[in-house]
Design a protein. Structure first.
Length: 127
């Protein structure tokens, strides 16, 4: 009985860990001055049942501001904003009324500073 419980617990943990990575999508944004018109958007992704939204730039770069928006409204923020110049995971929190399971959102990004030089940032994100 104890072996069965350990096996079931292990299987559930692996399922949870693997499902979290299944929902990751790639992004690749190239920013070119001027600031006006520099907003970039990814393709849309469905919000999973157990959502832990994040952006994970793969390298450090010029400071970039990220947020998630509904797939049909780029300028409407469905989450808080995350600004960073560092690689690593940055978590989002959905605003009231957004982020329900099965809804579609996309990642948006723009240079945090309005005076910037060309740069490219890429990585993964999850709704």
């Amino acid at each position: 009985m104890k072996k069965q419980m350990v096996s079931i617990t292990t299987a559930l943990c692996l399922t949870f860990l693997l499902s979290a990575s299944v929902f990751a999508a790639n992004f690749d944004f190239t920013f070119t001055p001027p600031f006006l018109g520099s907003l970039k958007s990814s393709s849309s992704q469905l919000v999973p049942v157990a959502s832990s939204p994040y952006v994970n730039p793969s390298q450090s770069s010029a400071s970039t501001t990220y947020y998630l928006s509904p797939s049909n409204a780029t300028t409407t923020a469905a989450t808080n904003y995350q600004s960073s110049h560092k690689s690593g995971t940055h978590s989002f929190t959905y605003r009231r009324g957004y982020g329900g399971s099965g809804t579609s959102v996309k990642l948006n990004g723009y240079p945090t500073n309005d005076n910037f030089e060309n740069y490219t940032i890429n990585g993964t994100w999850s709704p």
